[in-house]
Design a binder for this molecule. Structure first.
Ligand code: A2P
Length: 327
């Protein structure tokens, strides 16, 4: 039906998934429980979010109780930036699978195009200036060979990338046996990245929009890293509110419906049961071409999740984010 997007390999991904970044360990079990109860079957996580074990406990309860079948779930996790090396791919997915208490994930993504170095105790390596040490040897094609083996071994149904630029996706497409099924990127009305999105669509690489609601929660995360930034409130944009009123829907629902109407998936994060329900309740209306155009015109190239909290990462040869903050 129209609640799914079909990958280049035929696999189906639910158009709306639940995002889990910035959900604390205490709240995540309740939130995932509420999400499954509300009807979510697509869950997006990553080792970086620190919540795979908690998500695994909830999934195990639901699977053991027969409340959901494994094949109904669509679980996404990612190869973290500290493990972005060929020999770490298989052990890293195996750790995720153990934490998630699953035999396979539906989609495994390279989390970032860049690689961070760590000390033996797991802390980030920093230089004399306090900037994070990056690994200049990152080779996406070599990592991808190992990602492809995960599909052959049945550990991941599909493989893809995240935070990849158009050039990075294009380079990978020239050097792969299995084409990436998905690129997960920040995407919302203020950061549309049309060039990248249109390229991916033309190449049959599906796109998942993270921070589809503008990720207001990132303010607290930024503050923790000593970063003070004005963040836009997407749910307060007059055009968004106007369209919402016209449909009797919330601004959040309009932001999500716009993503679906333009052919992408979205993974809004919420830990609140009412908002979780609301974010999944976007299949009973459609935006007019005029409304879609109005929202397309809002693009401002404002990146909310710009990785500034990885101090110094812009020195990485594969770092490509250019936005209102980086030079
Ligand atoms: P909460 O978890 O308390 O619901 P994004 O998905 O872009 O990262 O945005 C997530 C942020 O938006 C979180 O702060 C989340 O808070 C909030 N949020 C999620 N859904 C809604 C909604 N339907 N209405 C208003 N705020 C929402």
């Amino acid at each position: 039906g129209d609640k799914y997007l079909t990958f280049n390999n035929g696999q189906k991904m639910p158009l709306i998934g639940v995002g889990t970044w910035q959900a604390s360990d205490e709240e995540i079990e309740t939130a995932i429980d509420a999400a499954l109860e509300a009807g979510y079957r697509h869950i997006d996580t990553a080792p970086v979010y620190g919540n795979e074990p908690a998500i695994g406990r909830v999934l195990k309860r639901w699977l053991d109780a027969g409340k959901v079948k494994r094949e109904e779930l669509f679980i996404v996790t990612k190869l973290p930036p500290i493990s972005n090396r060929p020999h770490e791919v298989e052990p890293t997915i195996k750790k995720s699978l153990a934490d998630l208490q699953l035999d396979y994930v539906d989609l495994y993504l390279i989390h970032t195009p860049f690689t961070l170095n760590i000390n033996e105790d797991g802390s980030f390596k920093v230089d004399a200036e306090g900037l994070l040490e990056v690994d200049p040897t990152t080779n996406h094609a070599a990592i991808w060979v190992e990602m492809e083996k995960l599909v052959e071994k049945g550990l991941a149904k599909s493989i893809g990338v995240s935070n990849f630029s158009k050039d990075q996706v294009a380079r990978l497409l020239k050097n792969c046996k299995i084409r990436p099924a998905n690129n997960q990127i920040e995407h919302h009305v203020y950061l549309q990245q049309r060039d990248l999105v249109d390229f991916c669509k033309a190449e049959n690489v599906s796109v998942t929009a993270y921070s589809p609601l503008g990720s207001k929660g990132i303010a607290a995360f930024n503050a923790g890293a000593g970063i003070v930034r004005d963040l836009p409130d997407l749910m307060d944009i007059p055009e968004v509110k106007e369209i919402a009123a016209a449909h009797g829907k919330s601004p959040a629902q309009v932001l999500l419906r716009w993503i679906i109407d333009t052919g992408l998936c979205a993974i809004p994060k919420s830990t609140n049961p009412a908002r979780l329900k609301q974010n999944l309740d976007v299949f009973d209306f459609k935006l007019s071409d005029e409304e879609v155009a109005k929202l397309l015109a809002l693009d401002k190239n404002i990146r909310v999740c710009d990785f500034a909290f990885f101090h110094g990462v812009e020195r990485h040869p594969e770092f490509t984010f250019k936005n209102q903050y980086t030079k």
